[in-house]
Ligand binder design. Structure first.
Ligand code: PMV
Length: 319
């Protein structure tokens, strides 16, 4: 506690799904990587009632919201739930507070911004009150928030935005952590278009209901691609990983979670020399990834993607 207010800080990074998004909601495996080029930090200043600097309410300062924390109910609903649950469960007096969010994770682009917000927010709250936060409690809080943001999340985002290692993930199971080390680069590109994971996930559910046999087949095929990719990762076979990314994208297109811009950027990445390319995350906008065998090719791919209309690109060494 610093003077008459408590300060808590929490952080989390972005994520990239290498393979298996959407199918992971239906109990197939997926592979995800931490993406620490983009980060989100939450600072909470909780005031004691007699502090003259105390604001009369809980206020938020972020690039997207300014003012009463509880007045912005849509995209802040997840962390509002965390706030209420925390003070109820630990039977603490609700303080006046200033919440500051600083983020370089583009929102609603399949980079895990909502999970990173829930994680950083939970960490900041526990830090503020100096309560030990174990992994299970963190998962419990972030999952509640993600259920509001995503409806029926697999839980992959919550795990990867706080992991230093890559994960092989199956719904309702503990993730298997592994160190990804490949002689390759990943190019990440933002289409600049906002995705809608919630909508895309429920549309896949509808499609599954309508054409159960065929859609089940696509989802199972994605699971098989992930298993084969894990073997290819162990063998450092980047050519095969690239092919599997393309195959994964084909099935994501069948599931209708692609869009024109993603298709266009994927095509551009491949013609610039990428070994494979696909959307990453919820799709219908958001981000795509491309695998390149060298930094030189990765830079060339990134340049092509920019010319083709990508809003921003990042290079990630997988070495
Ligand atoms: O769009 P994102 O970053 O929230 O990624 C979601 C990944 C999905 O598989 C589409 C959904 C989930 O809950 O796993």
């Amino acid at each position: 506690m610093d003077g008459a207010y408590r300060l808590g800080v929490g952080q989390a990074h972005g994520k990239i799904i290498l393979a298996g998004e959407h199918a992971v909601v239906h109990h197939q495996p997926a592979i995800a990587l931490p993406f620490s080029s983009v980060k989100l930090t939450v600072r909470i200043k909780a005031f004691t009632a007699d502090d003259p600097r105390s604001p009369s309410q809980v206020t938020i300062h972020s690039d997207y919201d300014q003012g009463d924390f509880f007045a912005h109910s849509d995209h802040l609903a997840g962390i509002q739930t965390i706030w209420s649950a925390f003070f109820d469960e630990y039977q603490l007096v609700r303080p006046s507070a200033i919440i500051q969010i600083k983020s370089t994770i583009p929102p609603e682009r399949g980079m895990g911004s909502s999970a990173a917000l829930a994680t950083a927010f939970t960490r900041a709250l526990f830090d503020c009150y100096q309560i030990n936060l174990d992994s299970e409690t963190l998962s419990d809080y972030t999952h509640r928030s993600e259920q509001i943001a995503h409806g029926n999340p697999s839980g992959i985002d919550e795990q990867i935005v706080r992991s230093r290692d890559a994960i092989y993930f199956k719904k309702d199971e503990m993730p298997a952590y592994f160190q990804l080390s490949l002689p390759a680069y990943l190019v990440v590109a933002d289409t600049g278009e906002i995705g809608n994971t919630h909508r895309a996930v429920s549309d896949v559910h509808l499609l599954l209901k309508e054409k159960t046999t065929i859609v089940k087949g696509w989802i199972t095929a994605i699971g098989e691609i992930v298993e084969e990719m894990m073997r290819a990762i162990k063998q450092k076979d980047i050519t095969l990983i690239g092919k599997l990314m393309n195959k994964n994208y084909y099935y994501l297109q069948q599931l209708t979670v692609n869009n024109e811009k993603l298709d266009f950027l994927v095509q551009n990445a491949l013609s610039a020399g990428a070994l494979g390319a696909k959307l990453t995350g919820g799709g219908r906008g958001g981000c795509m990834i491309a695998l390149a065998e060298s930094e030189r090719i990765a830079k060339k791919v990134a340049k092509h993607l920019k010319t083709a209309g990508a809003k921003e690109t990042w290079l990630l060494s997988l070495e």
